[in-house]
Design a protein around this ligand. Structure first.
Ligand code: ZN
Ligand code: MN
Length: 253
């Protein structure tokens, strides 16, 4: 059996059955959402999938097929619903899909699961899905971890990535981080000539419903992406992979 295969979809059921009881299962979850004029709608899903694939290779894990939809894009973290192509799930749908997937992996014998969240708005709904799955399977020796890989970055990394100032992870949408990651992972999909130094300014300290059309820049870019580079993307990925590998050994050994 080729242990170097990490994608669940490339394994046969026999290979999967042999590995699932011992290997870490990574479940990447993204979104389908506007990412400004220069990045594709699948940015969140593509970058979390690419990261998961490299992460699994470091620890001989298995990457489950990516969930390319996420919770509703919010104006102050993803631009909100007023963009063609932003295609979101309700909280209930996301919770139940992720709960179902977790229960299936546990039923197959998985006891080590890492949810890789690639979309800011998903966070607490994934926590709910994990809670429900643990309650409903009743299996006691399963451990599920959830994070977004940017949480691996420390203050020194953030200073290096954002020399002109860190806007916060919520406003880091279609900006330096995501543009750098896409320049590293999929440069063919980055429309560099369409990059805009836009930023969301004077945002109210509250959320308005229905979501107004003029609350964020018309480009959908929430913070200035100039300063993004493939080199920075490579640095971010390497730093996060190193931390991930160390934490997997800490949590699952
Ligand atoms: Zn994004
Ligand atoms: Mn997003």
């Amino acid at each position: 059996m080729k242990k170097n295969r990490v994608l669940m979809e490339e394994l046969t059921w026999k290979e999967y059955a042999e590995r699932i009881k011992t290997d870490l299962v990574l479940l990447p979850i993204g979104s389908t959402e506007q990412h400004g004029p220069h990045l594709p709608l699948g940015t969140d899903a593509m970058q979390i999938m690419q990261f998961s694939r490299l992460a699994a290779a470091r620890v001989c894990g298995i990457v489950a097929p990516v969930l390319s939809y996420g919770y509703k894009s919010q104006p102050k973290s993803g631009g909100g619903p007023n963009f063609p192509g932003t295609t979101s799930l309700t909280a209930e749908a996301l919770i139940f899909v992720v709960r179902d997937l977790l229960k299936e992996f546990v039923r197959h014998g998985a006891r080590k699961i890492w949810i890789m969240d690639g979309h800011y708005e998903n966070a607490m709904f994934l926590s709910e899905a994990i809670d429900l799955a643990l309650d409903e399977t009743g299996v006691k020796d399963v451990k599920i971890i959830k994070n977004c890989f940017i949480q691996f970055l420390n203050p020194q990394d953030i200073d290096k990535i954002f020399p002109k100032g860190f806007p916060g992870w919520d406003l880091e949408h279609a900006a330096v981080l995501e543009t750098s990651l896409m320049l590293y992972f999929r440069p063919d999909l980055v429309r560099k000539d369409l990059m805009r130094p836009d930023r969301a300014e004077n945002l109210p300290p509250y959320d308005i419903y229905p979501v107004p059309k003029d609350i964020i820049p018309a480009s959908g870019v929430l913070a200035d992406p100039t300063g993004a580079s493939a080199e920075l993307g490579e640095y971010i990925v390497r730093r996060c992979l190193d931390e991930f590998e160390r934490d997997v050994r800490k949590e699952f050994s």
